[in-house]
Write a protein that binds this ligand. Sequence first.
Ligand code: HSE
Length: 311
Amino acid sequence: MKEKKVRVFAPASVSNVGPGFDLMGFALNGIGDEIELSFSKENSIRITKIVGENGKLPYDPQKNTATVAIESLLTKHKISVGLDVKIIKKMGIGSGLGSSAASAVAAVVAANELLELNFTKHQLLEHAVKGEMAASQALHADNVAPCLFGGFVLIRGYNPIDIVQIDYPKNLFCTIIYPQIEIKTSDARKILDKKVDMKTAVAQAGNAAGLIAGLLTKDFSLISRSIIDLIAEPKRAALIPCYNEVREAALSNGAINCNITGSGPSMFAFSNSKAKAKSIANAMKKAATKKGLQSKIYISKINDEGPLILK
Ligand code: HSE
């Protein structure tokens, strides 16, 4: 049996980005999860250790996003091998920062590397998406795709999955506030309306198209007026006790716009300089504290790298 071990980091991500529910996301720098993969004596996939999030994540390989993703990859390609999986969670679960996606992506990238499979990211994507489904109970790739490919990603469609990498202004900074509460994506999806009316659908499509056009043409004013979500934010803002105050603090300190990341509770604010990103961060944190919520703050440019093979 080979002694080789592979450790992979996969980044956190911001999904939805306002009007792009299930359709848009971008990767972040500095935050993410890691997976360590090695060959096992058993002929099965085992989770040997989960570091962080004590006790909250399942050790059952059929239920954990990382192992569901690996199993999907091995089953599709009829690969029979025993693997030991160590999961190192570095961000909170239920944060809205794509933690389950990061674990699923790190897992398939690690399997690809350890087993020397040489699959492309497009080939790995469907398996990471299946892993993500184990956590959120829904098919959405707006965390998995940016986490795997890096950059700002549009999912043009799901059948088949159609990924478009979107260029963006290089001086676009993102401030993240992660209020220390947990929101399960599966719960935050249940509260959404199952249907949207024509007027809402038209307005949402206009904003989504406007955001993409704004990013491509580096038009901050267009980006700003396009980050409006008529589908998820009106329902989900109430799940974040400091939402209005934090958003207001970001906007009055020069944010291009501010909205929920994924299903929350984290929120993102765009700005056009690091100095602004920092003062927005201070203002957002102060506003959350005033509402009695502890929070973590991150400042990041969009991460173009995606996952990193650490060893
Ligand atoms: N698009 C998904 C949702 C992202 O909003 O439910 C979950 O992180």
